[in-house]
Write a protein that binds this ligand. Sequence first.
Ligand SMILES: Cc1ncc(COP(=O)(O)O)c(C=O)c1O
Length: 397
Amino acid sequence: MSVLILNLSFFVTFNMENQKHLFNLKEDIHYLNGAYMSPNLKAVEQAGIEGIIRKTDPTSIKEKDFFEPAEEVKSLFGKLINASPKQIALIPSASYGLMNAIKNVPIKKGQHAITVNEEFPSDHLTLRKFCQENDAELKVIKPPKTIIGRTQEWTQKILESINEDTAVVVMSSIHWMEGLKFDLKAIGEKCRSTNTYFIVDGTQSVGALPIDVEAFKIDALICASYKWLLGPYSSGLAYYSERFNDGEPIEYSWMTRKDGHDFSKLTTYPEEFEDGAMRYNVGEFSNFIALPMIKSALKQILSWKTENIQSYCFELLRPLRDYLEEKKIEKDDNKMVSAHLYGLFIPENVNLSKLMEDVKAHNIHLSARGKSIRISPHVYNDAKDVNALIEVLNKHL
Ligand SMILES: Cc1ncc(COP(=O)(O)O)c(C=O)c1O
């Protein structure tokens, strides 16, 4: 079998070089679990350490440092998602960012909300609460039974369910376990035509897969930073379109107000918020440890470019897809599944827990749920990682 694997991987040509040297990943593990948590880039780790040390001498932290680094981060994130930095806010978690958005969605009596089956709990629970408070129906759109054509059919079902009575659609940019690339552009356009708010959780794709909030007509894009944005835990970034500019934030920080940066005026208690999405920033958003880490990660991502990350991962997984084809394991069209988060349905007759035990025994790190496994590589992975996985799969499939 190993001969066959070598043959399959022989034809792989990469558009960019492996970037493992930029990380401190251990040599003896096959880390295919970026969807669980990204490893630190060396530069991100260093930025975090410098951030910790900075407060040892508080005089090194100036008044401008409460605001300027945040603006830099917003500007970098704006480049990544095609948005104005003004419309971006710093958040501590996806659930926080989602709550700020949903609280400001208007809903009329008789309207409903839409999400997809097995959506991530932070999204589902936020939307469920919104529906409970507004006595609205929560419609959960189920996937088709089939695997082949699944993404297109599922997108079609979502599109057909949106109408003038849909107040809001909340869903992830790709399915967080299966990696299916829903047609966000078509869904965004449908939402715009029915005056429906379109709230997207980008945690599992932004930073690794291109996204454009303008082109996809997204009203709010919420991303935790510790996965594909390669940032720290307890940090994130959110985009709120101009529709939210007069909304009510969930916090009442001094830092989000007009004149907030003028320390001499603090006790004039300015109520007016700074423009754009400033009101949605978390209190103490100028996190002196996290912000330099996020900045460093965003710079690296922008220099790699998300389309290159995607094609690197696509080539990396080519031997796996060839192997699955050879084994006649059903999978959706290659173009419909993201390359950095690849959900693989394991046939009914395979013992998934035994397979996962074996995966673990071979130092391969990935996630399993239900009858599928989630393989989530990045530019630090190489053919050895994928071959190790194929060898284990081959004992079980
Ligand atoms: C799609 C998605 N959204 C959000 C999160 C994290 O949510 P929170 O920041 O609310 O913990 C995850 C974590 O796995 C996720 O997969």
